[in-house]
Design a protein around this ligand. Structure first.
Ligand SMILES: Nc1ncnc2c1ncn2[C@@H]1O[C@H](COP(=O)(O)OP(=O)(O)OP(=O)(O)O)[C@@H](O)[C@H]1O
Ligand SMILES: [Mg+2]
Length: 316
C-alpha cells in the first residue's frame, strides 16, 4: 500500500447552476507524478485550483496530507505550490525581483532567496531574462517563470497546470527532467495536460475526466489494456496451405485478418496472447517469420474514454 498524499472525496464544484466537477473521488499517492487528462472545459483546472485552496468545494472535500481544504486551508497552503495555467503578474514586475519576493514569502532568508533564485533561473535557462519585465517575456518564458516559483518553493505537493504548453520541444524535454528531479527530491506532483506525449513520458498514473466526471484512472499501460481489442498482433507466416483452419482457431482469441502472408489478430493484453498465437502457429506447422505487437497510443485511449463517448452512446 502506498501512502496517500491527496484524497479527493465526493468533490463537487459548481459555478452558479453549472457543475464543473461532479462528485469526483480520487487518491493521489505520495511522491508520484499523477497526470490529469480531459478535453477542454472538463474540470482539470477547477480541480487543481481547489486542491490549491483557490476555490472552495461546493460539496465534498479534498484532504491534502491529512488537512481539509475546506476547514484547514491555511495548513494546506503551506504544503502546496502551484504553477497556474495562465501566468499572471504585475506588468511592472521584473523577473528576478518577482522570484525573490516569492522566495521570501515561502520562507527563505534574504541571502538564501537570492541564492535559490539564481540557481533556479540558471536551471531553467532564464538567467538572461532576469532583468526583463513580465510584459516583455514570450509566452513560453512566462510558463517557465511559473514553474520557477514551484522549483523555488519545493513544496510537498506541486501542482502544475499544463506546465509545458507554449514551450518548444527541446525545452519540454528539459522541463520533464526537472519535474522528475523535483519528485525524486520528495515532492508529489499533479500535472494537468492536453499533451499525450507529455502524459506518457512523465506520468506514472493517469486520471481521465470528462464533463467533470472521472471516467478512468490507471497506469498508461493499464489504460491501454482497457481498450477492447486495442492491441494488434501482427505475424508474418510462411506456408499458407492450411491457413483458413488456423484463422478459424485464432478467432477464439480475437478478430483475425489474413492477407499476403500477414496475420492480424485484434486483442487485449497483446503481450500475453502473442505467446499463445506463436505456439498455435508452430504446432500447426507454420514458420513464424516475424511477430509484432502494436499497442494503442495514449491518443487512442483518450479518444476511447472521451471522444468516443460523444458519438457512440457511452454517455451515462
Ligand atoms: N470561475 C468560473 N466561473 C464560471 N465558470 C467557470 C469558472 N472556472 C471554470 N469554469 C467552467 O468550468 C468548466 C471547467 O473549466 P476548467 O478550467 O476546470 O477546465 P479544464 O479542464 O482545465 O480545461 P482546459 O483544458 O481548457 O484548461 C468550464 O466549462 C469552464 O467554463
Ligand atoms: Mg485548464
Amino acid at each position: 500500500m502506498r501512502d496517500i498524499a491527496v484524497k479527493i472525496v465526493n468533490f463537487t464544484k459548481k459555478f452558479g447552476n453549472f457543475t464543473a466537477v461532479d462528485n469526483l473521488n480520487l487518491e493521489i499517492f505520495d511522491k508520484e507524478i499523477f497526470g490529469l487528462l480531459g478535453p477542454n472545459g472538463s474540470g482539470k483546472s477547477t480541480t487543481l485550483l481547489t486542491i490549491a485552496t483557490v476555490y472552495k468545494p461546493t460539496s465534498g472535500d479534498i484532504i491534502v496530507y491529512g488537512h481539509s481544504v475546506s476547514r484547514e486551508d491555511y495548513e494546506v497552503r503551506k504544503l502546496v505550490g502551484i504553477a497556474f495555467q495562465d501566468p499572471k503578474a504585475l506588468w511592472i514586475d521584473k523577473v528576478e525581483d518577482m522570484l525573490e519576493w516569492h522566495a521570501r514569502v515561502v520562507g527563505y532568508s534574504r541571502s538564501d532567496a537570492r541564492k535559490i533564485v539564481k540557481e533556479v533561473l540558471e536551471t531553467l535557462d532564464l538567467w538572461e531574462h532576469r532583468n526583463k519585465y513580465f510584459y516583455q517575456l514570450s509566452g513560453g518564458t512566462r510558463k517557465k517563470l511559473e514553474l520557477a516559483k514551484v522549483l523555488i518553493q519545493k513544496p510537498r505537493l506541486a501542482i502544475l497546470d499544463e506546465p509545458t504548453a507554449q514551450v518548444d520541444v527541446p525545452t519540454k524535454h528539459k522541463l520533464w527532467n526537472i519535474i522528475r528531479e523535483l519528485r525524486d527530491e520528495g515532492s508529489t506532483i499533479i500535472i494537468a495536460t492536453n499533451d499525450m506525449f507529455e502524459a506518457e513520458k512523465v506520468c506514472e498514473r493517469i486520471g481521465i475526466i470528462y464533463k467533470g466526471r472521472l471516467v478512468a484512472v490507471d497506469t498508461v499501460s493499464g489504460l491501454k489494456d482497457r481498450i477492447p481489442a486495442g492491441d494488434v498482433i501482427e505475424v508474418v507466416v510462411e506456408g499458407d496451405g492450411r491457413i483458413t483452419k488456423v484463422v478459424e482457431e485464432l478467432s477464439a482469441i480475437g478478430r483475425v485478418e489474413y492477407s499476403n502472408g500477414i496475420l492480424r489478430i485484434y486483442v487485449e493484453k497483446g503481450e500475453e496472447k502473442a505467446v499463445i498465437v506463436a505456439d498455435m502457429l508452430r504446432t500447426r506447422g507454420f514458420k513464424v517469420k516475424s511477430l509484432m505487437i502494436k499497442e494503442p497510443t495514449l491518443d487512442d485511449v483518450f479518444m476511447y474514454f472521451t471522444g468516443a463517448r460523444l458519438t457512440s452512446g457511452f454517455e451515462q
